[in-house]
Each structure stands twice: as structure tokens, then as C-alpha cells.
Ligand binder design. Structure first.
Ligand SMILES: C[S@@+](CC[C@H](N)C(=O)[O-])C[C@H]1O[C@@H](n2cnc3c(N)ncnc32)[C@H](O)[C@@H]1O
Length: 392
């Protein structure tokens, strides 16, 4: 068998392809080594597996048929690059208990960036009535009224946890968990009575075990009420989380989950469909939360064995509101959306060009919408859903 150097079309194509892929996998390999947990979560593992596999097949073909040194060596470099990414992803995902995800499903949300904590505090006021309706209904389903054990999933800095649980009363201990280390540090520095906060990612394989350990530490077997606000649409697999949570709940315990669905929003007048455009753009953003979770939650609770389901709608609208209150509605529902694109630009350098275009479109649409909000004849209504289910 004789191998030659041959500047054929196929060898040029393969060399260019290897350089292009190299532009992607060199920074990815660096990121995997520097920030293994975050990078592993966000990587398109299956795509890299596919690139590795196709590179391998091409290499074999080139060795047997083409016999051109340049083509073979660029194909080998490409295959080895992909293999390194795949091996590192498998290694770190196992080590960090990270579920292997499809690209973009994982929410890039971070509660301590872009003034988000201040927005959440405002949101807490706006959503108080519906949360309390759900919590009170949940409590009414239970015989036990005292010494209850509560859990808040995705508690952030613990502000909403304390607001809601202290209003309903009857709890001897409340545990709050959040995946954000910074948020949990803040929660722990607040010294809320009967609360303890832990840095737990509920979707990791040891998340539930850690919660069990916390229950054992306080001498309890299970939770009576699990509350979670504005979190489940960020999860990759809410059904799985419900299934696991049910296992660490006391009999007759309840879940009270506040979630959302963009498509429940109505806006008028909106001749240019600005609101719909913003929603469509939002859905495209890598790392954006599931903006259609509201319609899915009944099914997720039902599948995982929760009964006595009831849904409470919390209305947030512009009717009869002054300009500041209208702006609160705008800020709560819309103003934060470009932040997801900015995060995505940092996270996915290979999608920078498209994302920057989307950012411009989003900013223009939001400018128009903000102007619409300033006008008193503009009406927007966005309900949130508070879902309640019981382990019977
Ligand atoms: C929109 S914030 C809501 C915070 C708070 N519940 C409230 O109503 O203000 C979502 C929170 O969920 C947390 N979160 C998202 N995914 C999580 C997970 N898998 N495990 C634990 N916390 C999570 C985020 O870190 C963030 O603090």
C-alpha cells in the first residue's frame, strides 16, 4: 500500500473542516478542564459522539481507499479532538453526578446576576395572593396542622421562603435548597427562624439523598409540604423530580408549585404582534427556561401519583394601574429576557453571530413594548399557575 501527498479536493475540504472543528473543540476542551461541572451540563454530548463516529469512519475509508497522507492526518486529528471532548464529558459528568443532557435544555438561569434578586422580591409581592391560595388549599387537605416540615425547592436567597411559610404558620422546620452557592450564602446570612438552607441541585443524583440526610439530622422521615415558586420551568426533567420528591414526602403531604406559561398572556392593542415576537424569540434562546411548563404540570403531577390536584390562577395585569405599576408588570415579565441571550453569547461562542442578531431583535421589540406599556390604553394580562397535588 502506498501513501502519497495529494492536494485533491477531498483533502482540502478535510483540512479546512479540521481547522473549523479545531476552532470549536480547543476552547471546549479548555472549558471542560477549567469549569468541568458547568461545561459538562451544557455540552451537546450526542453531537460530539456523532462527530467522533463519523470522523472514525472517514479515517478508515481514507486509509483504505484514498491513501492521501494529508487527508488521513487531518481526519485523525478531527477524530482525536472529538474523542477527547467525549471522554472528558463522560468523565466529568460521572464525577459530578451531572445528568447527561441534550444541548440547550439546561437552563442558564442565575439568581444573583443582573439585579435578579431585586426583581424576585418584587415578583414575590405580585404573586403573593395566588401562592397563598395554593398553600392554604394544600394545608386544608392535610389532617396534621402543627409541627409540619416544609421544603422550598429553588429558594434562592430565602426571601420568598420566609415570606410564604411565615404567613401560613404551623411549621416547626423549613428547609430551603438552591443550586446557587451565592444565593444560599445570602439565605444563611439572613438568620430566618426555623429555616435552614442548603446548596443542593435537586436534579443531581445525590440531590434527593442529601435531602433525606437533612431530614434524618432533624429526626424526621418526610416533608409535609413542598413549595416551589418559579423553579420547575427551569428544570430539565420536572417529572423525574416530582417522582423523587414524592418518595421523601409524608403520607397526605402536598406540593404547591408556582409555574408559568407565556401563551396565557393576552395583549391589546398589539397590531404588530410584538408580544408574540418576544415569546418566539425567547423560545429560541439556548438555556432559556421552559416557557410552556404551565400546560404540562397537571400531566407531570398525575403521572407521578399526585392526587387532589387543584390549580390557582394569579392574574397580573395593567388594568387601572399607574405608570410605575405598569412598569412593574413589564419588568416582571419582559425586561429580563435579553439577559438570557447575553449569557448564551458567553456560553456558546459558536452561536455568537445568530445570538447577537437575536439580541438586537429582542432589544428592539422590548423598546417598542416598553413604549406600549407607557400608554394607558394598552392592556396586558399574564396569569401564573399555582398547582397543588397530594400524596395520598
Ligand atoms: C426564578 S428563581 C426563583 C427563586 C425563588 N423561588 C423566588 O420565587 O423568588 C429560580 C431559582 O431556582 C433555582 N434552581 C434552578 N434549578 C435548580 C435545581 N436544579 N436545583 C435547585 N435549585 C434550582 C435557581 O438557582 C434560582 O434560585
Amino acid at each position: 500500500m502506498e501513501y502519497t501527498i495529494n492536494y485533491s479536493f477531498i483533502s482540502i475540504v478535510f483540512i479546512i473542516m479540521t481547522l473549523i472543528y479545531g476552532y470549536f473543540y480547543v476552547p471546549i476542551i479548555k472549558d471542560l478542564i477549567k469549569h468541568p461541572k458547568e461545561t459538562t451540563k451544557n455540552i451537546a454530548r450526542n453531537t460530539w459522539l456523532w462527530w467522533f463516529f463519523s470522523g472514525f469512519v472517514f479515517t478508515v475509508y481514507f486509509i483504505i481507499e484514498v491513501k492521501d497522507i494529508l487527508t488521513i492526518s487531518s481526519s485523525i486529528i478531527h477524530t482525536i479532538g472529538c474523542l477527547i471532548v467525549v471522554v472528558l464529558v463522560l468523565h466529568y459528568s460521572k464525577k459530578n453526578n451531572v445528568y447527561l443532557l441534550k444541548q440547550n435544555k439546561d437552563s442558564s438561569y442565575c439568581p444573583v446576576e443582573y439585579d435578579e434578586l431585586a426583581r424576585l422580591r418584587k415578583q414575590s409581592k405580585l404573586r403573593e395572593e395566588s401562592d397563598l391560595s395554593g398553600l392554604e388549599y394544600g394545608l386544608s387537605l392535610m389532617d396534621k396542622k402543627e409541627d409540619l416540615i416544609g421544603l422550598d425547592i429553588g429558594c434562592s436567597e430565602g426571601f420568598v421562603t420566609n415570606e410564604r411559610f411565615s404567613k401560613i404558620g404551623g411549621f416547626s422546620h423549613i428547609i430551603g435548597v438552591d443550586q446557587s452557592t451565592d444565593a444560599i450564602k445570602k439565605a444563611n446570612s439572613s438568620n430566618y427562624i426555623n429555616h435552614s438552607f442548603y446548596n443542593i441541585d435537586i436534579e443531581t443524583t445525590d440531590g434527593i439523598q442529601l435531602l433525606k440526610d437533612k431530614l434524618t439530622e432533624i429526626g424526621e422521615d418526610g416533608f409535609d409540604l413542598i413549595f416551589s415558586s418559579a423553579v420547575f420551568h427551569h428544570l430539565n426533567n420536572p417529572t423525574k423530580v416530582f417522582r423523587e420528591l414524592r418518595k421523601i414526602m409524608n403520607k397526605n403531604g402536598v406540593v404547591v408549585i408556582r409555574t408559568l406559561d407565556d401563551q396565557l398572556t393576552v395583549a391589546y392593542p398589539d397590531d404588530d404582534n410584538i408580544v408574540e415576537k418576544i415569546f418566539k424569540l425567547s423560545e429560541k434562546i439556548p438555556g432559556m427556561s421552559n416557557r410552556k411548563h404551565g400546560r404540562q404540570i397537571y400531566n407531570q403531577l398525575w403521572k407521578t401519583g399526585f392526587k387532589n390536584q387543584k390549580f390557582f390562577l394569579g392574574m397580573l395585569d395593567t388594568a387601572g394601574k399607574d405608570i410605575d405599576e405598569r412598569m412593574n408588570v413589564y419588568q416582571n415579565n419582559f425586561q429580563w429576557r435579553p439577559n438570557y441571550i447575553k449569557r448564551a453569547i458567553k456560553k456558546y461562542p459558536d452561536k455568537k453571530v445568530t445570538l447577537e442578531k437575536d439580541l438586537k431583535l429582542m432589544e428592539t421589540a422590548l423598546e417598542n413594548l416598553e413604549e406600549m406599556f407607557e400608554s394607558e390604553d394598552f392592556f396586558l394580562m399574564e396569569p401564573v399557575i399555582v398547582a397543588v397535588g397530594q400524596k395520598v
